[in-house]
Ligand binder design. Structure first.
Ligand code: SF4
Length: 493
C-alpha cells in the first residue's frame, strides 16, 4: 500500500487514507488559472489545510506551483481515487502511464459507480433524471416499500412549489449552522490577501465570514442542524425567494458534499430517518432526497456520459458575450430588483439557491442569448459549490437548453409573472412584471417574448413549447417588444 494522493474535493473519511498516509497538494496554478470567487478559494484552502491538520503526521501537504512539481518533490508513487474533471483525469492517466500513479480506485464520493451508470444508461435514447432517480430510490431502498414509493408517489414536487408565505420577509425557521472561523481560516485569509496584492490571484466577489462547513465535524453539525430544525420547512418553500432571507430552509450542504466531507448516502439516510421518526414530512424529505441522490448524482454521471465536448453544445445558437457588469458581479449597476439581489448574493457569498440560479440568472442569460460555454464557466467559478462536473448539466442542459433537449424536455425560461409569484421582489422594483412594452416594462417579461420570437423555429417541434409559441403568435405588440429588447441589448436592466 502506498501513499494516497487526495484531491481537494476528497476530504472526508470515506476517501480512505493510504497505509503510508496521504498527500495533499495546494497547486498555485490550479488556484490562479481561473477567476474564482474569493470565498470559493477560501473554502477549498481552508478545507485542505484543516484535513492536513487533522491527519497530522499521516499527511504531507505540499504547496507547489503545479501538481506535477508536488509529485516530483514527494518522490514516491501514489494511489488515487477517480478525479472529478476531464482535465484531472487526463493528468492522472499520464501519471499512471509513467508509473507515478500506481492505481486509480473508483470514487466513493457518489453512491453509484460510473461503470454501473454506464450499464444503466445502456442504449437508452434519453437518460432522464426522473428515470435515474427512481432507479436510485429502488436500488438504495430509500423511501420505498417493496417496489412502490412510500406515500404512493415518486415525487412530491407539486407540494414543493409554493411561493413565499404571504407578507413574510423571512421564513419562520431556525438559522442554518454557522461555522466558527479559526487560526487556519485567518492564515488562509492572509495568504489570499497577499497573493491578490502580488497579482498571483485575481479573485472575483467579496471576502466575508466563512458560511459553509469545511471539516468533517462541521459538516456533520451542519447536517444535524438542517435535519433537526429546518428540513420540515424545506419542501414547500424550496422554490421560493425572499430578498431578506438568502438561505430560506435550504440545507447549505452542497459545499461540504462537493468537498467530499459527507457521504451522500449518510446524508439521505439521516433525512429518511427524520421522516421515520415523524419529525419531518414526507414531501420535504422526498424533495431533499431527490436533490442529493437524484439530481446531484445524475449531474455527476451525465458529465461523463455526454463527454468533454458537451459543454460546448449550442443548439439555440446563443453567441452573446457575458457583459462586464454580469461577469464581474456588479450588482450595483442593476436596477431590476430580482437580478440586483441575486447578483449581490453571488458577489457577497458565492451562493444563492437553485431557483435564483435557474430562474433569475439562467433565465436572464437564456433570454439575452449568452454563450452557454462562457456561462458554464461563469457559474463554475463564481459559485462556492461549482466544480467542472457540476455546471455543464445544470447550465448547458437544464437552464440554457443548449443541448437541444438531450437532458430536459423544455427550456427553463419564464417572464416576470413567475418571479412575482415565487418571490417578494417585484413589489419594490422599478419595473412592472405585467408590462412588456414601455419604460417600466419588466425585462424578464419582455425578454421572455423576445426569446420565444428569436428561437421560434428552433423550438417548433417541442410539444411542451407549443402553447407558449401559439401565445406569442397572438401578441399584437410583438414587433415592439422585440425591437425594445434589441435596443436594451446587453445593458444592465
Ligand atoms: Fe424582476 Fe421584473 Fe419583478 Fe422587477 S418586475 S423584480 S425585473 S421580475
Amino acid at each position: 500500500m502506498t501513499r494516497r494522493w487526495l484531491f481537494a474535493d476528497q476530504l472526508g473519511p470515506h476517501f480512505r487514507v493510504g497505509r503510508d498516509g496521504v498527500l495533499l497538494v495546494e497547486s498555485r496554478r490550479a488556484l490562479s488559472r481561473r477567476p474564482f470567487h474569493r470565498q470559493k478559494l477560501h473554502l477549498v484552502l481552508s478545507a485542505l489545510r484543516h484535513r492536513a491538520a487533522e491527519l497530522g503526521d499521516a499527511a504531507v501537504l505540499l504547496r507547489t506551483k503545479t501538481y506535477t512539481e508536488a509529485l516530483e518533490q514527494l518522490g514516491e508513487p501514489v494511489t488515487v481515487y477517480e478525479p472529478t474533471s476531464y482535465a484531472a483525469e487526463s493528468l492522472v492517466r499520464r501519471l499512471l502511464a509513467s508509473g507515478v500513479v500506481e492505481s486509480v480506485d473508483p470514487t466513493p464520493g457518489y453512491t453509484l459507480p460510473r461503470a454501473e451508470f454506464a450499464q444503466w444508461a445502456g442504449d437508452r435514447r434519453r437518460v432522464r433524471m426522473e428515470d435515474f432517480y427512481r432507479f436510485q430510490r429502488q436500488r438504495l431502498d430509500l423511501l420505498v416499500e417493496g417496489s412502490h414509493p412510500v406515500g404512493g408517489r415518486w415525487s412530491f414536487d407539486e407540494e414543493n412549489r409554493e411561493g413565499p408565505p404571504k407578507g413574510a420577509t423571512r421564513l419562520d425557521v431556525p438559522a442554518p449552522y454557522r461555522p466558527r472561523e479559526d487560526d487556519i481560516d485567518a492564515e488562509v485569509r492572509e495568504d489570499l490577501d497577499r497573493w491578490t496584492r502580488e497579482g498571483v490571484l485575481s479573485p472575483v466577489g467579496e471576502d466575508g465570514p466563512r458560511l459553509f462547513a469545511v471539516t468533517r465535524r462541521e459538516a456533520l453539525a451542519a447536517l444535524e442542524r438542517f435535519v433537526t430544525h429546518r428540513l420540515g420547512s424545506f419542501g414547500p418553500h424550496e422554490d421560493a425567494m425572499l430578498r431578506g432571507d438568502w438561505a430560506m430552509a435550504h440545507s447549505l450542504l452542497s459545499v461540504p458534499l462537493n468537498l467530499g466531507l459527507l457521504d451522500p448516502l449518510e446524508v439521505v439516510d439521516r433525512a429518511v430517518q427524520a421522516y421515520r421518526d415523524g419529525s419531518a414530512p414526507l414531501a420535504s424529505v422526498e424533495g431533499f432526497v431527490r436533490q442529493v441522490i437524484g439530481w446531484r448524482e445524475y449531474v455527476w454521471h451525465v458529465y461523463w456520459h455526454f463527454g468533454p465536448t458537451y459543454r460546448r453544445r449550442n443548439a439555440l445558437q446563443a453567441r452573446s458575450a457575458l457583459p462586464a457588469w454580469f461577469a464581474e458581479l456588479d450588482a450595483d449597476a442593476v436596477e431590476a430588483a430580482c437580478l440586483h439581489d441575486v447578483l449581490s448574493g453571488v458577489r457577497e457569498r458565492g451562493w444563492v439557491h437553485h431557483i435564483p440560479r435557474l430562474m433569475v440568472l439562467g433565465n436572464w442569460a437564456a433570454q439575452r442569448g449568452y454563450d452557454p460555454d462562457a456561462l458554464t464557466e461563469w457559474f463554475q467559478t463564481r459559485f462556492v459549490d461549482g466544480y467542472d462536473w457540476v455546471m455543464p448539466a445544470n447550465v448547458v442542459g437544464m437552464s440554457q437548453h443548449a443541448d437541444g433537449g438531450a437532458m430536459a424536455t423544455k427550456p427553463y425560461v419564464a417572464g416576470g409573472a413567475y418571479i412575482n409569484r415565487m418571490s417578494d421582489y417585484c413589489g419594490g422594483c422599478r419595473y412592472d412584471p405585467r408590462k412588456r412594452v414601455g419604460e417600466d416594462a419588466c425585462p424578464f417579461t419582455a425578454g421572455y417574448w423576445a426569446y420565444l420570437d428569436r428561437n421560434a423555429a428552433r423550438l417548433e417541434g417541442n410539444q411542451r413549447m407549443a402553447r407558449p409559441l401559439q401565445q406569442r403568435g397572438r401578441l399584437a405588440d410583438l414587433p415592439d417588444v422585440v425591437a425594445q429588447e434589441r435596443d436594451r441589448g446587453s445593458a444592465a436592466p
